[in-house]
Design a protein around this ligand. Structure first.
Ligand SMILES: [Zn+2]
Length: 235
């Protein structure tokens, strides 16, 4: 299958700018008149670098959750979060979470991110755009020495493509039966979660109740045909 090109480079910038714009709207006092710009080249090179995880000699992508490609890709992403000054943790469901302090720790966090596992030959953008876009937001804030009012969280959900497992666990909807279901690579969800550093026995510890997160944003490729057939500009 040919890799699909969903977005031109210019659109990647638009996506990143939208994320920064959202933070600006929530943090006017912190960011003020700064004209923040994402580094398009950095995003493109990270997306390209990331695409190699799970890719075979013929260029086919296979980063199904809990496989070597997924595990190696997660390790790379965790490393990037550390370089960005975050102290990433793995929650009980295997979600990767990087927190950045806000000026007002009493406020609930603004969270953003996506997933980095993929369906076979899912292309370079489904998941990584939102994940690397989230990383880019942190880098841009760091480079501009800006601290937002709200704490921030970069969240990378585990096994999104094999049953929205990480996000379901966080929503409190992953049942004991669900944990025993087989994932695409043959492990049960519980075994897979263990393989990526989570702990199915304490799965409830990752639950976020309504109100625990102030806002959630995920940049994601279009999966229908609405925007591609539209002349509406996102930014
Ligand atoms: Zn996706």
């Amino acid at each position: 299958m040919k890799r699909r090109i969903f977005v031109k480079n210019a659109s990647l910038t638009t996506l990143g700018v939208s994320a920064v714009g959202l933070l600006e709207s929530y943090s006017k006092n912190s960011i003020g008149d700064n004209k923040l710009k994402v580094n398009e080249q950095r995003m493109v090179s990270r997306i390209t670098e990331f695409a190699k995880f799970g890719m075979d000699d013929k260029g086919h992508g296979y980063r199904v959750a809990f496989t070597k490609g997924d595990i190696d890709g997660r390790a790379w992403f965790i490393e990037q979060l550390k370089k960005a000054g975050l102290d990433p943790v793995i929650d009980a469901a295997g979600n990767i979470i990087g927190k950045r302090k806000g000026k007002n720790q009493a406020l609930k966090p603004i969270a953003f991110g996506s997933h980095i596992d993929m369906v076979p030959d899912g292309g370079n953008y489904d998941g990584p755009v939102g994940s690397i876009g989230a990383l880019e937001v942190i880098d841009v804030l760091n480079e501009n020495k800006l601290v937002t009012e709200h704490p921030l969280e970069v969240i990378i959900f585990s096994n999104e493509e094999g049953g929205t497992i990480g996000s379901m666990a966080m929503a409190g909807a992953l049942t004991k039966e669900g944990l025993q279901q087989k994932s695409q690579n043959g492990l049960t969800m519980a075994e897979g979660i263990k393989a990526i550093g989570g702990n199915p026995d304490t799965i409830q510890s990752c639950i976020r109740k309504k109100g625990d997160i102030h806002a959630w944003l995920e940049l994601h490729i279009e999966q229908g045909a609405f925007w591609s057939g539209s002349t509406y500009r996102l930014a």
